[in-house]
Design a protein around this ligand. Structure first.
Ligand code: FAD
Length: 446
């Protein structure tokens, strides 16, 4: 059987490796449009913060290892331009300009996502950069070095924008952040979002909310981000507005698209064509709380979906439960975490939610070095189910979110959660874990 994979990063290379492990005789070909495979995009902000580190440090496994040790036919510099689902062929052009056709028995689309670049004047100017691929990271690092960037305007305030804000401040670069929406972190509880906002402003970053970007202009080797009521000058502009799924190939091949135009897949990662699977940021997924389709582009689910697609292609029967939307990021000295639904999401999915916001300590009473942890928790007053949690604090947040995340996977009620046996020792938290304190308070409102 010939298994062909389009895209050679998290989902694609996970699938290729898993397929060869399952069945060493399988003929596996990976077509990757860039020259980079299997790297940690998530590590890029931290790598950029350190001029001594090579961007290549982020490569998890080199292309030659896949070829020589795992017998995977990995073709870098091969951009797929079309899929013929009837003839079971993919076609494209190599970086050398050579056309290629590759036939398949089973195909996996693992094309990821692409940064959203607004169709506005000036977004194609040199010095206006985005951060998605390893090559973007390479270019960004080289640009900062080559012109000794002193000031950056970041457009957008999502997690990549915030991680980059910290990374660039570590290089003593001045930062201004701007976005059209007037709310700072719209998905986050207001009180928690305010903690994050203060942390950023404490690090001399200026935030401009509610300013619609009209264009970017270049003048005297500087860039001007022009809004209707504001103008920001910079040596470099980072467009960190968000990403969209790379689903055009699938759409042209007549495959069904789902939420936010991501490729629609079932729990076995099969698309609307039984011989074509899709995995990672280019696909939708089931949400374990709502049971409905969602699109949450994150790394673990891409890796897991790659494995599951390969297992199914190799004759195993693997169905993925879905995602809880668990996500963490760091911004300066803060850890920020979420899992499950916000209040708004809960309402829009027909729940009757209640919430609590509590403040507690990261270590036991009187234990030195404690800091505040803010927890927001959402439950459904009709079914009693736990629906979601968010947390912000200087320590003990990123991993603590995993307890409510597991509870969501198991459809636990808030009352069940209150009875869980969570860990305690003074350096790690109060006797009642902060999530237990929140759940106990939430139970009173249920
Ligand atoms: C700066 C940054 C920080 C991040 N931090 C985190 C984090 O902390 N936690 C987290 O969970 N996630 C994080 N992510 C997201 C995470 O990197 C992605 O969810 C993950 O990489 C998705 O894997 P993927 O294989 O689906 O897609 P991708 O990694 O995007 O890989 C898709 C591959 O397909 C190739 N491709 C696309 N089209 C074609 C074509 N037509 N022909 C051939 N090849 C093609 C692309 O070149 C690419 O190599 C971060 C992302 C970025 C950019």
């Amino acid at each position: 059987m010939k298994f062909v994979i389009i895209g050679g990063d998290a989902a694609g290379m996970s699938a290729a490796s898993r397929a060869k492990r399952n069945n060493p005789d399988l003929d596996v070909t990976v077509l990757e449009k860039t020259m980079d495979v299997s790297y940690s995009a998530c590590g890029m902000p931290y790598n950029i913060a350190d001029p001594e580190r090579e961007i290549e440090d982020l490569v998890v496994r080199q292309a030659h290892v896949f070829r020589e040790k795992q017998d995977i036919n990995l073709l870098t510099g091969h951009c797929v331009e079309s899929i013929d689902p009837v003839g079971r062929t993919v076609s494209g052009t190599s970086l050398q300009g050579k056309a290629f056709d590759v036939s398949y028995d089973k195909l996996l689309i693992a094309t990821g996502g692409a940064p959203i670049i607004p169709d506005l004047e000036g977004f194609d100017l040199p010095g206006v950069l985005a951060l998605k691929s390893l090559d973007d990271g390479r270019k960004l690092k080289a640009y900062i070095k080559s012109i000794h960037v002193k000031k950056v305007v970041i457009i957008g305030m999502g997690y990549i924008a915030l991680e980059m804000c910290e990374a660039l401040r570590a290089l003593s670069i001045d930062i201004e952040m701007v976005k059209p929406r007037p709310v700072f972190l719209p998905w986050m509880d207001k009180e928690l979002a305010e903690v994050v906002r203060k942390e950023i402003e404490t690090h001399q970053v200026k935030l401009y909310l509610g300013h619609t970007i009209e264009k970017i202009e270049a003048e005297n080797e500087r860039l001007k981000v022009i809004c209707s009521d504001l103008m920001l000058e910079a040596d470099m502009v980072l467009a960190a507005i968000g990403i969209k799924p790379n689903s055009e190939l699938a759409e042209q091949a007549g495959l069904d698209l789902g939420v936010k135009n991501a490729i629609a897949v079932n729990k076995k990662l099969q698309t609307s064509n039984e011989n074509i699977y899709a995995a990672g940021d280019c696909t939708d997924a089931y949400h374990v709380v709502t049971g409905e389709k969602t699109w949450i582009p994150l790394a673990l689910r891409a890796n897991r979906a790659g494995w599951a697609a390969a297992d199914n292609i190799c004759g195993k029967h693997v169905a993925l439960a879905g995602v809880a939307g668990t996500a963490v990021f760091k911004v300066f000295d803060l850890e920020v975490a979420r899992t499950g639904l916000t209040m708004d999401e809960a309402y829009s999915h027909g729940f009757t939610p209640a919430e609590v916001v509590i403040k507690t300590r990261s270590r036991a009473h009187a234990h030195p070095g404690a800091s505040l942890i803010h927890v927001q928790m959402v439950g459904d007053t009709t079914s009693g189910r736990l629906l979601g949690a968010q947390m912000v604090g200087k320590e003990g947040v990123a991993h603590r979110i995993n307890a409510p995340a597991v509870a969501l996977h198991n459809r636990m009620t808030v009352e069940d959660y209150c009875q869980t046996d969570l860990s305690y020792a003074p350096p790690f938290g109060p006797t009642w874990d902060p999530t237990l304190t929140a759940a106990n308070q939430l139970l009173k409102k249920m």
